[in-house]
Design a protein around this ligand. Structure first.
Ligand SMILES: [Zn+2]
Ligand SMILES: [Zn+2]
Length: 396
């Protein structure tokens, strides 16, 4: 059995209305109460029994196949949260809430999984086993995937493998792109407070100015990737905040400098190396200039690594749905990050990009909007890969 994007046509107008409603009423990570309620209502209307409150605001429902007895369960995941940015679009369904916006298309992801659920409910006689629909909160930096895993989503619902998509503005509608292994990088955050002795700018010998070691550190940090990491490994050290002094405070040597940045990596040993070298440079420079320092390193998301057989199954499913030649199987790994990584740490599966067009407004742009024309693409590919996985098809 093959699903097509047109399978959602009878309900396409409803999905668009729903998606625009979500877009106009965005909710941030772990605050997705209304979104979760809408999802639960829609799942109940399909005759499913949604469970809410998994990972705080997550929602899960199970579709039982009726083609004999199967023990396997395939997870399909959509993220539901919005971003803390103010929308710059002026159309009717623009965000009604200043400072909150669906700038990453998770409104579209949510509706595509609801549409996939309807397709799979209608195809229950064509598979054995279970499809587990995972509506996840807090993808944008809140580790909502980890929260759901800690709440037992993988064990409670017996998920054996799992799939997810992200809309991709730089990719044409009707196309899918993925990598058999490395999709998105791991990310950690570091924060530093350097404290010296403040004082009068006209009496510099009585102060020891933390801005001097801070400015050296800005440059020293750039040497870590250049001189400590192998050219064959991926790594980024990016300093994203540097703050000191008070505006208009003439002749005042500040006492503190605050710095914040992030590291990106794929290999765990590179993660360790970046963390260690940042600590050594901070410690060395602080010591050399007679400063004290507080450095914290927060481990955020692991890298998002597809498993090759499941990536191939996804690619085959996408080709059935969208046509031969629509899949790019070997895109370059991205240095962006994604918390679906937590699921792929625990289970085989694949994460893929779905072409949505509109490259002029990339993800997280205040001008971004999800393209409703691709709802059928995402829904049919998700439904197809679940069906194929349960029927043992399309795996390399
Ligand atoms: Zn995002
Ligand atoms: Zn996103």
């Amino acid at each position: 059995m093959t699903f097509t994007p047109d399978d959602i046509a009878p309900r396409a107008a409803d999905y668009e209305r729903m998606r625009k409603h979500l877009h106009a009423h965005p909710e941030l990570g772990f605050e997705e109460a209304e979104t979760a309620a809408l999802v639960a209502r829609e799942l109940a209307a399909l005759g499913l029994v949604p469970e809410t409150g998994i990972g705080l605001t997550g929602v899960v429902a199970v579709i039982e196949g009726r083609a004999g007895h199967g023990n396997r369960a395939v997870g399909l995941r959509a993220d539901m949260d919005a971003l803390p940015i103010t929308e710059a679009n002026g159309f009717a369904h623009a965000s009604k809430l200043p400072g909150k916006m669906h700038g990453c298309g998770h409104d579209g992801h949510t509706v595509m999984l609801l549409a996939a659920a309807r397709l799979l409910v209608g195809a229950r006689d064509r598979f054995a086993g279970r499809v587990v629909l995972v509506f996840q909160p807090g993808e944008e930096g809140h580790a909502g995937a980890r929260a759901m895993i800690e709440d037992g989503v993988l064990h409670r619902f017996g998920i054996d493998e799992i799939y997810a998509l992200h809309n991709w503005p730089a990719l044409e509608p009707g196309r899918v792109a993925l990598n058999p292994a490395r999709m998105m990088a791991g990310i950690d955050r570091f924060s530093l407070k350097l404290t010296g002795t403040g004082g009068h700018g006209g009496h510099p010998h009585q102060a020891n100015d933390p801005m001097i070691p801070a400015s050296l550190l800005v440059q020293a940090l750039q040497s870590i990737v250049a001189k400590n990491v192998s050219p064959f490994d991926e790594a980024v050290v990016s300093l994203n905040r540097l703050e000191s002094g008070d505006r208009g405070a003439l002749s005042v040597v500040p006492e503190t400098v605050l710095m914040e940045g992030m590291t990106k990596w794929y290999a765990p040993e590179v993660r360790e190396l970046l963390e260690r070298r940042i600590a050594e440079q901070v410690d060395g420079l602080a010591r050399a200039f007679g400063m004290t320092h507080e450095l914290s390193h927060q481990r955020l998301y692991p890298p998002t690594i597809n498993t090759a057989p499941e990536a191939e199954r996804l690619a085959c499913a996408a080709e059935k749905v969208l046509g031969p030649g629509c899949v790019d199987r070997s895109i370059r790994p991205s240095m962006g990050s994604e918390d679906f990584a937590f699921f792929l740490e625990k289970r085989p599966g694949a994460y893929f990009r779905l072409g949505q067009g509109r490259p002029e407004a990339f993800l997280h742009s205040p001008h971004y909007d999800f393209n409703d024309a691709v709802t059928g693409h995402g829904a049919a590919v998700l439904a197809q890969v679940a069906l194929d996985a349960l029927n043992g098809e399309g795996r390399a």
